[in-house]
Design a protein around this ligand. Sequence first.
Ligand SMILES: Cc1cc2nc3c(=O)[nH]c(=O)nc-3n(C[C@H](O)[C@H](O)[C@H](O)COP(=O)(O)OP(=O)(O)OC[C@H]3O[C@@H](n4cnc5c(N)ncnc54)[C@H](O)[C@@H]3O)c2cc1C
Length: 136
Amino acid sequence: MEFLGYEPAEAKDVDLTKAEIIVSAGRGVGKKDNIPVIAALAKAFGGELGASRPVVDAGWVEHSHQVGTTGQTVSPKLYVACGISGAIQHLAGMKKSDFIVAINKDKDAPIGEVADVLVVADVLQFAPALTAKLQG
Ligand SMILES: Cc1cc2nc3c(=O)[nH]c(=O)nc-3n(C[C@H](O)[C@H](O)[C@H](O)COP(=O)(O)OP(=O)(O)OC[C@H]3O[C@@H](n4cnc5c(N)ncnc54)[C@H](O)[C@@H]3O)c2cc1C
């Protein structure tokens, strides 16, 4: 055995547990190139970007943004789930949020069971429109 030296732990770029507003991207956003659409909405709200596990596993977003049993458990004032179905492992990480808005093209998506508001829409159309409204 040989001592090679110390390496600093990878710095977390975000601490979602402290965020008051989180806007999360799910597989429904379609591809990595669409992540900036959700990040722009998060910024317009003054919040942080979150993500579901498939988005992280695909390398679209860093793991430090993952919400759920194998990510972070969060309880912001506002949680916006964009193209997220509402699997139990995701819900476990965010269902204690004060107010939950889900944007999903499927009106029967399980996320609707925990959402205070379910917007049935294509998130790639709705999110930019909402961002533009917020930016006034
Ligand atoms: C041991 C274990 C641990 C796990 N840990 C986690 C975890 O920590 N976090 C986590 O998130 N998952 C975790 N998972 C995975 C989890 O089971 C789900 O597979 C995952 O949460 C699904 O992610 P999703 O909702 O983004 O994708 P999907 O389930 O594929 O849902 C995509 C949603 O997007 C909608 N959609 C599609 N296109 C559009 C559009 N254009 N506009 C609007 N809506 C659209 C669809 O209707 C659908 O509801 C774990 C699984 C296991 C087995």
